[in-house]
Design a protein around this ligand. Sequence first.
Ligand code: SAH
Ligand code: SF4
Length: 371
Amino acid sequence: MKYAPAKPPLTGETLATLTARLKEHGEPAFRAKQILDWVYKKRARQWDDMTNLSKPLRAWLDATFELMPVSLVLNQQSEDVTDKLLLELGDRSLIETVIIRVPQEGVGLDHSRKTICISTQVGCAMGCVFCASGLMGLKRDLNAGEIVAQLLQVCYREDVRTPRAHMELASFDNIVVMGMGEPLANYDAIIRALTIVNADWGLGFGARRITLSTSGLVPKILQLADEPLGLRLAISLHGATDEVREKIMPVNKAYPLAKLLPAIKTFSEKHGRMVTLEFILIEEINDSLIQAEKLRDIALDLHAHVNLIPYNTVEGLPWKRPSITRQERFADILRDARVSVTLRREKGHDIDAACGQLRLKTEKDRELAAM
Ligand code: SAH
Ligand code: SF4
């Protein structure tokens, strides 16, 4: 399960680690900043683009680091506003990065707000019964460089629909760590990656615009509460009682609501910011009005925002989304109590946007091709 690339990715280096590595090689400290500027500010795509470095230094860098550890395999554009990048890693593993555009009134797609959804593992070990990423189990963790590289791939791609992509370093407004994998099960790599994304010598992207979503690993939520980064937190709740949650999320056995809810409270008190509770609506599993009432009480107690997400069907799984009327009735119970709630109209249904589905399909195609 451990993956050791032949050369470590440059995108996994911090200013401190790169400086130390260069020092060992007899280079002055300022070189590290120069190199990182090429990667994050000028988006150099090959070592030879780094023209203020000597040829021998470029050759050493090439022999020592992988400049870009992920390559674009497929860019699937939907008819609405969601694009999906299928990326291949050094060991041919596949991951997904999704770009979600939210058009702003009166300005059209060109100036839409963009949210990038990144993956943190190949597959996932948590085994939530409704999720495509969970179906294949965990193949391996991503390293920090592979996590950061997903964002650079978004910056690189020629996006005819958004001229902003050519004008800004980070051509997106928000990052959500909600792709394939359980980020807190790959804790050190995700913290290192987001530190690089946030740093002024890296992508310079504000931590308040980064939301990390977890299925509820309590000790790691408490650890995250003490990180200086200041990320936003979303919790995949999906059940407002242990009885319902346990049926669909095995993690609830180790960390039932009696442990999870106080941990969320600790996090939001330390950060002074609202946590989001994600609640997928699945027909006849968690869409009863009793669940809505329990969810309302939890949200009021935690002073949390609730994101209701109509379930996205996954090939091979039996679950369905409830009717729109049922979704609205569920939401109304929360709204009536003045809980801050959004009922998401999901984007990209036509391009398998739910977590892990495009990869699942491509893996299956590969298996068929190999037969
Ligand atoms: N592992 C983390 C982050 C990745 S999953 C977590 O579970 O929070 C990102 C979100 O997508 C989670 O809220 C997850 O429950 C949700 N999700 C998974 N499969 C889905 C589906 N088929 N339809 C809608 N949402 C789904
Ligand atoms: Fe893993 Fe999140 Fe999917 Fe659960 S919902 S299997 S934690 S990716």
